[in-house]
Design a protein around this ligand. Sequence first.
Ligand code: SF4
Length: 470
Amino acid sequence: MLEDLIHEECGVFGIFGAKKAAELTYLGLYALQHRGQEGAGIVSSDGVKIYQHRGLGEVNEVFSRKEILNQLKGHIAIGHNRYSTTGASSLVNVQPLLITYRKGNLALAHNGNLTNSYSLRSFMEKNGSIFQTSSDSEIILHLVARSKKDTVKEMIQDALLKVKGAFSVVFNTGDSIVAARDPHGFRPLALGRLKNAWVVASETCAFDIIGARYQRDIQPGEIVVINQKGIKSYSPFKSVKHTFCIFEFIYFARPDSIIFNENVDKIRRRLGRQLAKEKPAQADIVISVPDSSNTATLGYSEESGIKYEMGLIRNHYIGRTFIEPEQKIRDLDARIKFNPVRGVLKDKRVVIVDDSIVRGTTSKKLIGMLRGAGAKEVHFRVSSPPILSPCFYGIDMPTKKELIASSKSVEQIRRYLNVDSLGYLSLPGMLSMHSLNGRDFCVACFSGKYPTRIEKNAGKYVLEKTYGQA
Ligand code: SF4
């Protein structure tokens, strides 16, 4: 994935019953950094008081001094890595969001997008609610605060029953953690154990870094309450067809994570193998677009017998604040991130594997760089089907018009990219792999068929347009 085009979504983390819970949350967020780099935050509590720190930037920029973590006291903490799928990139939108309401304090970390946010927010604003952020997550907090139910758990449940779309959420209620997943299960959320503490996280790589053990997934439609009395599970939602996001396997999740009960590395490698079966190529070497395509490329290499080479080197040290030099250099944005290895590419017939093509503009630049480095032939292989439609469930994608495959045929894209051949993994091929077969996945960005009703004004642009904060 040429990641300037589709952005990761968000990562959530929560822990109950550990000394220095905030420090462990910091480490968890660090492991989940790939899911969002625009902002990060932690809300901790000791059962009496609640503490918050959040900021714009990567986790180690936001928590740049030990004293910051030391101030976040208590045995309970939740954290969030943000990429703005809705709402502007300003500090006020950085999560966990924290409110004071009639029951005390409540903090929320949310991964996903609500598909009925526009109507809910409009209704509440007409009735006098004042919103602090342009993020759809705040709607959940408003709904909790407005609930007439008695207990905090009932109020949270009441709120979650009113929202639609994708949510994997973790609340810090001051004396407990509440974790929940929408009934479709779009986004992952796992439950783990660290000695006597309970941990929840978007991906299990956040457990590994702190030495926690994966126990199970939080099930679609499940609400889990963790407090001094232990852990309790509730299933208040009507059961619906599960629609796990297949893009988590293709691109978003880290290959060393378990999500949706599956090992990401295994699935991603199988995508590469299936791609090699469906779209073989006569070539000398196969290279990946590092890093997200490495595992699929390994699969392609194993299946095809074509040697895997490191043909592109990625610069890992580009921070958010990288200042582009004024002097215009051709294809600068691609060159800043990747450099071709001439000794590997020169006079070779090259297969390049990427996990997806979005707009195609950066892919085209990359192909130009391979040719410039002396590649004799370039065969582009994509370990997912053409992306036809945007996502409304928590992944930030360009509009339909900007998606190259929504208006161009594969042959037209091949010509645009200037490659000798182009092959995408087929939709049936993607779903036919043994462990995916028979399970229910959302494939809406590839098929255009959304598994839920999409409200007329749903989508990331709505709040931004309406409230002028884009
Ligand atoms: S539309 Fe695509 S990216 Fe969005 S949830 Fe469905 S499969 Fe995932």
